[in-house]
Structure formats: C-alpha cells, structure tokens
Design a protein around this ligand. Structure first.
Ligand code: KG4
Ligand code: ZN
Length: 351
C-alpha cells in the first residue's frame, strides 16, 4: 500500500511517500524557520503564503524521490487539523486536487495522531495498547492508544504547550527562535540545581499540564539577573530581554536559568508520562513531537523508565518534528480499515 502524506499545519511544508504505513520511500520537509525567526514565532499569514508557493514542488519532489508515479498511489493522507487554519487549507486543497484528479481515496489525519504513528516508521515491534505523549510547539497531550481507532485523550496542557514555553523562554532570554534547540544546547553541562522553578499540577493522579506559571517565574528571575547586570528593570510584560554580552555575568546567569527551566519541564513530562503508563498498566511510553528531540528529556525518561520497568520509546529527532511520513503512516492505518473521507471536509484549527 503506497500512501502520499501531506503536512502543512504550521511552519513546515512536508510531503512523503510511505509503503504499508511502515517504510519511508521519501520524506521531504521544507522548513520556514528562517522566515519566522525574525518575528520570534510563527506568523500565520506568512506561513500560509509560503505553503502556497512551495506545496506543489514539495509534493512532486516526494513522488520523484520515491520513484513513484502518482497513478500508483493507493491513497492520499493530509493533515486536517489541529493547526493554523490558513496553513492547513493549503495542504488540504492540494490533497483534494490530487485525490479528485486521480480518483484516489483521501484521508484527513489528526496531526497529533500523526505524531503518535511516527513510531511505526522505525519500530515494527510496537503493539497496542501503549501510552503516547505528544509534546510539541502547539501541544502537550497524553493518550492511551488502545488501537488504531481507540485513541483516548488522558490529559493535556491547560495553557502553554511545552515547546511554546521553550520558545517563549528563549525569546525573553534573548536566545533566538526556535528556542528548544538553543536551550537544549545551553543547558548541556550546566548545573540545573542552582535555581528551582515550579512544577505545576503534580498532585497524585493529575495528567494535565500547565507551563504558564513556570514561564512567569523564569521572567522574574531573568529580570532580576538583568537588573543586577545594570540593565533597566523590565516591565512585567513579555518583552524580549537584550542579548547578553560576554563577560557581563549575564551569559552564565542565562545558562543557569535555561538549565533550571529545562529541568522543571522535563521533570513534569517524565513524571506524568510514566504515571500515565503506570495508571493504565502499559509497558510502553511513546514520546513524540518536537520537544521529544530534547536530550535531557530522553535521558530522564530512559533512566526513570528503566527504574520503573516501562520502556520509553522515542522516534528519531527527524521524525519527532513535523513531517509528511507520520501523516502517511497514520493515513495508511485508517485506509487499511476503510476509513476514507469525502472530498468535502474542511480544516479543523482545533480538534
Ligand atoms: O512538532 P513540532 O515540529 O511542531 C509542532 O507541531 O508544534 O515541534 C516544534 C517545537 C518547538 O516549540 C521547538 O522549540 C521544540 O519543538 N523543540 C525542542 C527541541 N527541538 C525542537 N524543544 C526542546 N528541545 C529540543 N531539542
Ligand atoms: Zn507537530
């Protein structure tokens, strides 16, 4: 079964061809990060325009690299939501056009289910049920994945997503965009225990997340640090701080803040992910989405997982961030169960 997967929910234009929901024949991802960098976050209108500009080329490239003729496809999967509405519509329109022109089945995919199904592209020993933690720039959600059609939401963030918190904290520390990779790098080898930030909603069986209090605590700490270094005190609003100068004492302070922030986020994600696995007696926890590329999260999950007898599974970093292959993998699972959509479905910004 050959499926073309198309993904345009945020700032990556992506297309891939996957065989039997398992084998990647091609995987083309065109990142817009350079466009959004100067704004410190994704600008929806710019994202949609860029998707329109490159979508045909990206799809064509995916088919060519796979050596697949469009007529050979068994189906077309596309991210239906959640995501930026204008961005989603570009991928959906392209997918519908191809499906209509070639008379092929069309499958609208939930982006978060796509992240979960990335795991099947690298591991053929993963059985249902398992616990899935999707942790990305837009989402922090825990699922009990009982089967391809039984994906039960157990908890999610009540405010910011974990990746969003990374991006906002990096911005306020003047570290650039996207923040996850920078903070991951800066924290490496830095003592996370010099500062202590709050861990929210840690009560016994709570599986929801909250990162906005943590973000505010980081802001207060940063204001203090920059104030001591001679910068004017900043208003309580969320302005980016000036880029630290070497030797001002600010750069090492920034590292301590970054490491302590990361320590708090990864503690919470590790505790709740493993707690869910224990509560639902699952022996596997799959962690996916952009933040799953984080080295400290991987380290903590793996060592704590071993201690508790739960296998923690991370797709490789390339499959953790947005891509078309995960959408094709999810679409293939739906297609094999006959779950095909009509051509008249719309985008869902929330799902
Ligand atoms: O899954 P993704 O590519 O897009 C969404 O669906 O949101 O995730 C992007 C997010 C960004 O917030 C980025 O800062 C974060 O993933 N991220 C990381 C790392 N790499 C990317 N966060 C922490 N550590 C990383 N190494
Ligand atoms: Zn994503």
């Amino acid at each position: 079964m050959l499926v073309l997967g198309i993904e345009t929910s945020c700032d990556e234009t992506a297309a891939a061809v996957v065989r039997d929901g398992r084998t990647i024949l091609s995987d083309v991802v065109l990142s817009q990060v350079d466009i959004h960098k100067e704004y410190g976050g994704v600008v929806p209108e710019l994202a949609s325009r860029k998707h329109v500009e490159v979508i045909s080329m990206v799809i064509q490239e995916a088919l060519e690299r796979a050596g697949v003729n469009p007529e050979e496809l068994d189906g077309i999967g596309v991210t239906r939501g959640p995501g930026l509405i204008g961005a989603l519509l570009v991928g959906i329109s392209a997918a519908k056009s191809i499906a209509f022109a070639l008379n092929k089945p069309l499958i609208g995919v939930n982006h978060l289910h796509g992240h979960l199904f990335a795991v099947f592209l690298e591991r053929n020993d993963i059985q249902f049920p398992f616990i899935g933690l999707v942790v990305s720039g837009g989402h922090t959600s825990l699922y009990h994945v009982k089967g391809p059609l039984e994906i039960q939401l157990l908890g999610r963030t009540r405010d910011d997503a974990a990746g969003e918190a990374y991006d906002k904290v990096a911005k306020l520390l003047g570290l650039g965009y996207p923040g996850g990779v920078v903070i991951d790098g800066l924290s490496n080898g830095t003592d996370p225990g010099k500062l202590r930030f709050p861990r929210a909603l840690m009560e016994n069986d709570n599986l929801d997340f909250s990162f906005s209090g943590l973000k505010t605590a980081v802001l207060r700490q940063a204001e203090e640090l920059y104030g001591q270094a001679g910068y004017k005190n900043l208003p309580g609003s969320f302005h980016p701080l000036p880029v630290p100068h070497k030797g001002s004492g600010v750069d090492s302070g920034v590292k301590l803040i970054a490491a302590a922030f990361q320590d708090a986020v990864t503690d919470v994600l590790t505790a709740k992910g493993l707690r869910a696995a224990e509560m639902y007696q699952a022996d596997k926890l799959v962690i996916c989405g952009g933040v799953a590329a984080n080295r400290e999260l991987r380290r903590k999950m793996n060592s704590e997982g071993i201690r508790r007898g739960i296998e923690t599974v991370f797709p490789s970093p390339r499959l953790c961030t947005d891509n078309g292959a995960m959408i094709a993998a999810r679409a293939a699972s739906l297609l094999s169960l006959g779950m095909v959509d009509n051509l008249d479905f719309g985008a869902k910004s929330r799902w």
